[in-house]
Design a protein around this ligand. Structure first.
Ligand code: FAD
Length: 255
């Protein structure tokens, strides 16, 4: 815990029914940090003296960023109960879930809250390396669970040549009470991008074949996996079996 510092909560925003984004700032100089890194938050009173990790979901400035939290248990609920002005004890950003290359294409595969580091990576990449191609494969149980839904729409419209999103909805693809038009099958938007609805495999997961197919014409693709341990394990195996070299696969498992 020797590296922990005190952040100030600047803002808290509800993203979905059970997901919230906190804006943190540090009153000092943070070491240079990157999209894809995370912080460890400390609430020793919860009994978790080693803390719990949360990925940076947006870099705002050299001393401010956001984290996005799904309320699951005691620790995450304590985090989302914070208010603007509250203090938070946490580590400096760290971790290695990022590419060193500025030219590779990015294939990002996530389930649920596993989207958090990708939000920061996508924004950073579109800003700093706007010609780099990015394809996001994003799986959720229902359309209401899609985190940053409006932002995905805005970014695909703004960067039609470089950024593509494939949504996979495993449970309620016929639910019409949703911003994204709900119908099974494929919808081609006027941006030229495809958004997929519904289950294309029995359990509704993203088919590895879709990932391989869509990335085959990309130059120097690198594959990033983020989600639960089984999610990351299964897609790592699937990609490897599909011929993706291990060295091109980066993983971050939330546990
Ligand atoms: C490198 C790293 C980065 C992480 N980044 C984030 C992040 O950006 N945002 C975030 O919200 N979390 C993130 N996590 C997970 C986070 O650290 C906590 O594990 C999480 O908040 C749950 O802690 P808790 O004490 O609230 O719930 P717990 O008491 O640990 O869990 C309560 C119950 O929920 C189940 N559960 C745990 N995780 C999930 C899940 N993902 N979906 C469904 N059920 C689950 C558990 O099995 C348990 O039954 C990250 C973890 C790691 C290792």
């Amino acid at each position: 815990m020797e590296n922990n510092i005190t952040y100030t909560i600047q803002d808290i925003k509800k993203e979905t029914e059970n997901v919230f984004t906190l804006t943190l700032s540090y009153d000092g100089n943070l070491p240079l940090f990157k999209a894809g890194q995370f912080i460890t938050v400390f609430f020793p009173e919860t009994g978790h003296v080693e803390g719990k990790s949360y990925s940076i979901s947006n870099i705002i400035s050299p001393n401010s960023f956001t984290i996005t939290i799904k309320s699951i248990g005691v620790f995450s609920n304590k985090l989302i109960s914070l208010k603007a002005g509250d203090k938070l004890s946490a580590s400096f950003p760290y971790g290695y879930f990022y590419t060193e290359s500025d030219s590779s294409s990015l294939v990002l595969i996530s389930g649920g809250i596993g989207i958090a580091p990708f939000k920061a990576m996508i924004q950073e990449s579109l800003l700093k390396t706007p010609n780099r191609k990015i394809i996001l494969f994003y799986s959720n149980k229902t359309q209401k669970d899609i985190i940053f839904k409006n932002e995905w729409g805005q970014l695909t419209e703004k960067y039609p040549e470089t950024f593509k999103v494939n949504h996979y909805i495993t449970q309620d693809y016929k639910n019409s009470n949703c911003v994204i038009p709900a119908q099974a099958g494929i919808q081609v938007l006027n941006t030229g991008f495809q958004i997929k609805f519904g289950m294309t495999t029995k359990d509704g997961r993203i088919p590895v074949a879709d990932i391989i197919e869509q990335s085959k014409n990309l130059s120097d693709p690198e594959f990033f996996l983020c989600g639960t341990i089984p999610f990351v394990r299964d897609y790592w195996r699937g990609l490897k079996e599909g011929g993706v070299p291990e060295i091109s696969i980066y993983t971050e498992a939330f546990f």
